[in-house]
Write a new protein. Structure first.
Ligand code: BJW
Ligand code: ZN
Length: 249
């Protein structure tokens, strides 16, 4: 592992970035931190909602037990996300889609900020907070960014209950999204893992799959993670400060 402390990416990485044809990026909550969205873990603690740790409220079990409480947590989160803007990290990654022959952006984030920054094809592993899904028939409904529009509690198709279309603990990551992410990771030359604690599976397994298949893996994060030891290069810094540095390709 080569560690770069907030400095410019190494010559080797700049060269690889300039030559690369197939690039893949996996992002996590840290990419949206500079937009003002709190991360899940960090600062020595974990997110808590009305006394419940987020991995309790954001769980399959809680949907069964108290869907109303789950909605309250996600309604609150949408209120936070509604007013924030993409930051220089989202904007840099949106530019990258035009730089390479094959560029893949995979995110664990549900906030939609990559798309708001202009990324056109985003593989969302954990769903999207701006969608609801019927628990009975699976019908999807877009949730308006307009604060005054109420979301419908029941499906207009079958009257089933609606729930947030996000992947909670104990739920299966959409198999087609995971499969696409895995294939792209295994086919790329350069893989970036940005702003994730890499504690949640199966997303955390993707960088290692990329490296095993031959990719050069780069981590961008102000903190070390369980992945840092095997990454080919670790850049200790904020995504919004580091990613734009690659623009001079
Ligand atoms: C910055 C920064 C800046 C700060 N710039 N960086 C294998 C082993 C062990 C357990 C499991 C396993 N396989 C499956 C499991 C169980 C479980 C799991 O992984 N548990 C572990 C925690 C132990 N996984 C699941 O349940 C998954 N489902 C599954 O595997 O299905 C199969 C199955 C089904 C049934 C039974 C058993 C298996 C689903 C996981 C879904 C996760 N969902 C959440 C919530 C989504 C909805 C919501 O938003 O509430 O997704 S959890 C939460 O964590 C959220 C995130 O997407 C995810 C990852 O977090 P992320 O993005 O890494 O954020 P943080 O906060 O952890 O880290 C932020 C990072 O940013 C830090 O490193 C900072 O330093 C950094 N940072 N500022 C750059 N400016
Ligand atoms: Zn329905």
């Amino acid at each position: 592992m080569q560690t770069t402390n907030g400095a410019f990416p190494t010559e080797e990485l700049r060269g690889r970035f300039a030559r690369a044809r197939r690039v893949c990026v996996l992002t996590g909550a840290g990419v949206s931190a500079e937009s003002g969205i709190p991360t899940f873990r960090g600062g020595g603690g974990a997110a808590v909602w009305k006394g419940l740790p987020f991995d309790v409220i954001s769980s399959a079990e809680m949907v069964e037990r108290d869907l109303q409480a789950v909605w309250e947590w996600f309604d609150f989160r949408r209120e936070v996300i509604r007013v924030v803007r993409p930051n220089p990290a989202h904007e840099a990654l949106a530019r990258w889609q035009d730089l390479f022959e094959d560029f893949t952006l995979v995110t664990q984030n549900i906030d939609g900020l990559h798309q708001a920054a202009g990324s056109s094809e985003v593989i969302e592993l954990h769903g999207n907070i701006w969608r609801a899904r019927c628990v009975m028939c699976g019908r999807l409904e877009h949730l308006s960014h307009d604060h005054s529009q109420m979301r419908s509690p029941r499906c207009t198709n079958c009257e089933g209950e609606m729930r947030p279309d996000v992947v909670l603990f104990g739920e299966i990551v959409p198999p087609e999204a995971f499969e696409r992410a895995m294939l792209k990771a295994q086919a790329c030359e350069l893989f970036f893992v940005v702003g994730t604690s890499a504690l949640v599976y199966p997303a955390a397994a993707i960088p290692e799959m990329a490296q095993t298949a031959g990719a050069f893996v780069v981590e961008i994060n102000p903190e070390l993670t369980p992945l840092s030891g095997f990454c080919n290069e670790v850049i200790n810094g904020k995504a919004g400060e580091i990613l734009p540095l690659f623009d001079a390709r």
